[in-house]
Design a protein around this ligand. Structure first.
Ligand code: HEM
Ligand code: HEM
Length: 199
Protein backbone atom coordinates (compact mmCIF):
# COMPACT_ATOMS: atom_id res chain seq x y z
CA UNK A 1 0.00 0.00 0.00
CA UNK A 2 2.73 2.43 0.93
CA UNK A 3 4.89 1.69 -2.11
CA UNK A 4 3.05 4.22 -4.31
CA UNK A 5 3.29 6.86 -1.61
CA UNK A 6 6.96 6.46 -0.89
CA UNK A 7 9.30 9.32 -1.65
CA UNK A 8 11.44 8.22 -4.63
CA UNK A 9 14.76 8.69 -2.93
CA UNK A 10 13.70 6.83 0.17
CA UNK A 11 14.40 3.36 -1.16
CA UNK A 12 18.02 4.12 -0.42
CA UNK A 13 17.02 4.55 3.23
CA UNK A 14 16.25 0.82 3.25
CA UNK A 15 19.68 -0.18 2.10
CA UNK A 16 21.46 -0.71 5.39
CA UNK A 17 19.39 -2.45 8.05
CA UNK A 18 20.28 -2.25 11.69
CA UNK A 19 20.62 -5.54 13.51
CA UNK A 20 17.85 -6.75 15.81
CA UNK A 21 20.20 -6.26 18.77
CA UNK A 22 20.87 -2.67 17.78
CA UNK A 23 17.15 -1.90 17.35
CA UNK A 24 16.24 -3.59 20.63
CA UNK A 25 18.98 -1.69 22.43
CA UNK A 26 17.63 1.57 21.05
CA UNK A 27 14.17 1.01 22.58
CA UNK A 28 15.52 -0.37 25.83
CA UNK A 29 17.69 2.74 26.16
CA UNK A 30 14.66 4.92 25.36
CA UNK A 31 12.66 3.31 28.17
CA UNK A 32 15.54 3.52 30.63
CA UNK A 33 16.24 7.21 29.93
CA UNK A 34 12.57 8.07 30.48
CA UNK A 35 12.50 5.93 33.64
CA UNK A 36 15.65 7.67 34.92
CA UNK A 37 14.28 11.16 34.33
CA UNK A 38 11.05 10.37 36.14
CA UNK A 39 12.66 8.49 39.05
CA UNK A 40 15.45 11.08 39.52
CA UNK A 41 12.83 13.83 39.70
CA UNK A 42 10.44 11.84 41.93
CA UNK A 43 13.22 10.92 44.39
CA UNK A 44 13.72 14.58 45.19
CA UNK A 45 10.30 16.15 44.63
CA UNK A 46 7.58 13.55 45.34
CA UNK A 47 6.95 12.88 49.04
CA UNK A 48 6.35 9.10 48.75
CA UNK A 49 9.65 8.61 46.91
CA UNK A 50 11.54 11.13 49.07
CA UNK A 51 10.64 9.14 52.19
CA UNK A 52 12.36 6.15 50.54
CA UNK A 53 15.30 8.12 49.15
CA UNK A 54 18.00 5.52 49.89
CA UNK A 55 16.20 2.81 47.90
CA UNK A 56 15.20 5.25 45.16
CA UNK A 57 18.77 6.48 44.77
CA UNK A 58 20.08 2.94 44.58
CA UNK A 59 17.60 2.03 41.84
CA UNK A 60 18.39 5.29 39.98
CA UNK A 61 22.11 4.62 40.25
CA UNK A 62 21.93 0.97 39.17
CA UNK A 63 19.54 1.70 36.29
CA UNK A 64 21.91 4.53 35.28
CA UNK A 65 24.91 2.19 35.18
CA UNK A 66 22.97 -0.38 33.14
CA UNK A 67 21.89 2.43 30.80
CA UNK A 68 25.51 3.51 30.41
CA UNK A 69 26.55 -0.06 29.56
CA UNK A 70 23.73 -0.48 27.01
CA UNK A 71 24.55 2.87 25.37
CA UNK A 72 28.22 1.90 25.03
CA UNK A 73 27.09 -1.40 23.53
CA UNK A 74 24.82 0.33 20.98
CA UNK A 75 27.62 2.74 20.03
CA UNK A 76 30.03 -0.17 19.62
CA UNK A 77 27.51 -2.02 17.40
CA UNK A 78 27.12 1.08 15.26
CA UNK A 79 30.89 1.11 14.82
CA UNK A 80 31.09 -2.64 14.09
CA UNK A 81 28.07 -2.69 11.74
CA UNK A 82 29.29 0.45 9.99
CA UNK A 83 25.92 2.18 10.00
CA UNK A 84 25.80 5.81 8.96
CA UNK A 85 23.11 8.02 10.48
CA UNK A 86 20.13 8.62 8.20
CA UNK A 87 21.27 6.52 5.25
CA UNK A 88 19.58 7.54 2.02
CA UNK A 89 18.63 11.04 3.12
CA UNK A 90 19.84 14.29 1.64
CA UNK A 91 23.28 15.43 2.77
CA UNK A 92 21.77 18.14 4.97
CA UNK A 93 19.24 15.79 6.59
CA UNK A 94 21.97 13.23 7.19
CA UNK A 95 24.14 15.88 8.83
CA UNK A 96 21.30 17.01 11.10
CA UNK A 97 20.45 13.41 12.05
CA UNK A 98 24.13 12.68 12.71
CA UNK A 99 24.41 15.73 14.96
CA UNK A 100 21.26 14.78 16.84
CA UNK A 101 22.42 11.18 17.39
CA UNK A 102 25.85 12.42 18.54
CA UNK A 103 24.13 14.85 20.95
CA UNK A 104 21.97 12.04 22.38
CA UNK A 105 24.99 9.78 22.95
CA UNK A 106 26.99 12.66 24.43
CA UNK A 107 24.22 13.79 26.79
CA UNK A 108 23.79 10.24 28.12
CA UNK A 109 27.55 9.98 28.74
CA UNK A 110 27.71 13.42 30.43
CA UNK A 111 24.69 12.50 32.56
CA UNK A 112 26.27 9.21 33.61
CA UNK A 113 29.60 10.92 34.42
CA UNK A 114 27.82 13.53 36.55
CA UNK A 115 25.87 10.78 38.31
CA UNK A 116 29.01 8.77 39.05
CA UNK A 117 30.75 11.93 40.28
CA UNK A 118 27.78 12.62 42.62
CA UNK A 119 27.96 9.10 44.03
CA UNK A 120 31.64 9.77 44.80
CA UNK A 121 30.90 13.18 46.34
CA UNK A 122 28.20 11.59 48.51
CA UNK A 123 30.82 9.07 49.68
CA UNK A 124 28.71 6.13 48.53
CA UNK A 125 30.78 4.56 45.76
CA UNK A 126 29.07 2.56 43.04
CA UNK A 127 26.81 -0.46 43.51
CA UNK A 128 25.54 -2.76 40.79
CA UNK A 129 23.62 -5.77 42.11
CA UNK A 130 26.07 -7.57 44.43
CA UNK A 131 29.12 -5.67 43.22
CA UNK A 132 30.36 -2.59 45.06
CA UNK A 133 33.35 -0.40 44.34
CA UNK A 134 34.62 2.71 46.12
CA UNK A 135 35.43 5.77 44.02
CA UNK A 136 38.71 7.75 44.20
CA UNK A 137 36.74 10.98 44.85
CA UNK A 138 36.91 12.95 48.09
CA UNK A 139 33.45 12.99 49.67
CA UNK A 140 31.88 16.46 49.74
CA UNK A 141 28.06 16.28 49.78
CA UNK A 142 27.79 20.11 49.82
CA UNK A 143 29.11 20.15 46.26
CA UNK A 144 26.27 17.84 45.18
CA UNK A 145 23.53 20.08 46.53
CA UNK A 146 25.44 23.29 45.80
CA UNK A 147 25.81 22.77 42.05
CA UNK A 148 26.38 19.32 40.59
CA UNK A 149 22.77 18.22 41.09
CA UNK A 150 21.54 21.36 39.33
CA UNK A 151 23.83 20.62 36.38
CA UNK A 152 22.54 17.00 36.37
CA UNK A 153 18.94 18.35 36.32
CA UNK A 154 19.80 20.79 33.50
CA UNK A 155 21.36 17.99 31.42
CA UNK A 156 18.21 15.90 32.03
CA UNK A 157 16.11 18.80 30.67
CA UNK A 158 18.39 19.12 27.62
CA UNK A 159 18.14 15.38 27.07
CA UNK A 160 14.34 15.54 27.27
CA UNK A 161 14.32 18.37 24.71
CA UNK A 162 16.65 16.46 22.36
CA UNK A 163 14.47 13.33 22.63
CA UNK A 164 11.32 15.27 21.75
CA UNK A 165 13.02 16.84 18.67
CA UNK A 166 14.43 13.41 17.69
CA UNK A 167 11.03 11.70 18.04
CA UNK A 168 9.28 14.49 16.11
CA UNK A 169 11.82 14.07 13.31
CA UNK A 170 11.10 10.32 13.29
CA UNK A 171 7.34 10.97 13.04
CA UNK A 172 7.98 13.53 10.28
CA UNK A 173 9.76 10.79 8.31
CA UNK A 174 6.94 8.35 8.95
CA UNK A 175 3.87 10.50 8.34
CA UNK A 176 5.10 13.27 6.00
CA UNK A 177 8.00 11.83 4.01
CA UNK A 178 6.45 8.33 4.29
CA UNK A 179 9.79 6.55 4.27
CA UNK A 180 11.01 3.57 6.31
CA UNK A 181 13.31 5.39 8.74
CA UNK A 182 11.02 4.75 11.73
CA UNK A 183 9.91 1.25 10.62
CA UNK A 184 13.57 0.31 10.38
CA UNK A 185 14.00 0.90 14.09
CA UNK A 186 11.11 -1.33 15.19
CA UNK A 187 12.36 -4.61 16.70
CA UNK A 188 9.57 -6.71 15.15
CA UNK A 189 9.77 -5.13 11.72
CA UNK A 190 11.72 -6.82 8.92
CA UNK A 191 11.38 -4.25 6.16
CA UNK A 192 14.70 -5.10 4.61
CA UNK A 193 14.26 -8.85 4.52
CA UNK A 194 10.95 -8.29 2.71
CA UNK A 195 12.65 -5.95 0.28
CA UNK A 196 15.67 -8.19 -0.11
CA UNK A 197 13.44 -11.15 -0.97
CA UNK A 198 11.54 -9.10 -3.58
CA UNK A 199 14.79 -8.20 -5.42
C1 HEM B 1 15.62 8.26 25.17
C2 HEM B 1 15.19 8.36 23.97
C3 HEM B 1 16.00 8.12 22.72
C4 HEM B 1 17.35 8.08 22.54
C5 HEM B 1 18.45 8.31 23.57
C6 HEM B 1 17.57 7.79 21.14
C7 HEM B 1 18.82 7.67 20.55
C8 HEM B 1 19.04 7.36 19.24
C9 HEM B 1 20.34 7.23 18.62
C10 HEM B 1 21.66 7.46 19.35
C11 HEM B 1 20.14 6.87 17.34
C12 HEM B 1 21.22 6.61 16.31
C13 HEM B 1 21.59 5.15 16.40
C14 HEM B 1 22.87 4.88 15.71
O1 HEM B 1 22.87 4.85 14.47
O2 HEM B 1 23.88 4.70 16.40
C15 HEM B 1 18.72 6.79 17.12
C16 HEM B 1 18.12 6.45 15.91
C17 HEM B 1 16.78 6.51 15.69
N1 HEM B 1 15.79 6.78 16.63
FE1 HEM B 1 16.08 7.21 18.55
N2 HEM B 1 16.36 7.65 20.52
C18 HEM B 1 15.38 7.86 21.45
C19 HEM B 1 14.01 7.82 21.25
C20 HEM B 1 13.41 7.65 20.05
C21 HEM B 1 11.99 7.73 19.79
C22 HEM B 1 10.95 8.04 20.90
C23 HEM B 1 11.82 7.51 18.46
C24 HEM B 1 10.56 7.49 17.63
C25 HEM B 1 9.38 7.81 18.01
C26 HEM B 1 13.11 7.27 17.87
C27 HEM B 1 13.34 6.97 16.56
C28 HEM B 1 14.56 6.74 15.99
C29 HEM B 1 14.77 6.44 14.59
C30 HEM B 1 13.68 6.31 13.53
C31 HEM B 1 16.15 6.30 14.40
C32 HEM B 1 16.86 5.95 13.08
C33 HEM B 1 17.29 7.22 12.45
C34 HEM B 1 18.21 6.98 11.30
O3 HEM B 1 18.29 5.87 10.77
O4 HEM B 1 18.89 7.94 10.93
N3 HEM B 1 14.05 7.36 18.86
N4 HEM B 1 18.06 7.09 18.28
C1 HEM C 1 20.37 9.42 31.42
C2 HEM C 1 20.50 9.09 32.67
C3 HEM C 1 20.02 9.89 33.84
C4 HEM C 1 18.97 10.77 33.91
C5 HEM C 1 17.99 11.18 32.80
C6 HEM C 1 18.96 11.28 35.26
C7 HEM C 1 18.05 12.21 35.73
C8 HEM C 1 18.01 12.71 37.01
C9 HEM C 1 17.10 13.71 37.48
C10 HEM C 1 16.01 14.40 36.66
C11 HEM C 1 17.38 13.94 38.79
C12 HEM C 1 16.68 14.94 39.72
C13 HEM C 1 17.43 16.26 39.65
C14 HEM C 1 16.71 17.39 40.35
O1 HEM C 1 15.48 17.48 40.24
O2 HEM C 1 17.40 18.22 40.99
C15 HEM C 1 18.48 13.05 39.17
C16 HEM C 1 19.03 12.95 40.42
C17 HEM C 1 20.11 12.15 40.74
N1 HEM C 1 20.84 11.36 39.87
FE1 HEM C 1 20.43 11.04 37.91
N2 HEM C 1 19.98 10.70 35.96
C18 HEM C 1 20.65 9.84 35.13
C19 HEM C 1 21.73 9.06 35.45
C20 HEM C 1 22.33 8.97 36.69
C21 HEM C 1 23.41 8.09 37.05
C22 HEM C 1 24.13 7.12 36.08
C23 HEM C 1 23.70 8.30 38.37
C24 HEM C 1 24.71 7.65 39.28
C25 HEM C 1 25.55 6.72 38.95
C26 HEM C 1 22.78 9.33 38.85
C27 HEM C 1 22.76 9.84 40.12
C28 HEM C 1 21.85 10.72 40.60
C29 HEM C 1 21.76 11.14 41.99
C30 HEM C 1 22.68 10.68 43.13
C31 HEM C 1 20.68 12.02 42.06
C32 HEM C 1 20.12 12.70 43.34
C33 HEM C 1 19.20 11.78 44.12
C34 HEM C 1 18.40 10.83 43.29
O3 HEM C 1 17.41 11.23 42.65
O4 HEM C 1 18.79 9.67 43.23
N3 HEM C 1 21.97 9.72 37.80
N4 HEM C 1 18.84 12.32 38.05
Amino acid sequence: MTSTLRHPKNDAAQATPRSLTSRSLHWLITLLVIFQGLLGYANLHVAWFHERLATGMLVHEEAGLILLGLTLWMLMLRWIEGRRPADGLSKRQAQLAGMMHAALYLLIFIQSALGIWMMGLLGRGLTLFFWHVGLPITADPRLVFGGVLQIHAAVAALLAFAIVVHALAAFHHHFVLRDNVLRHMLPWRTVTSRIASSR
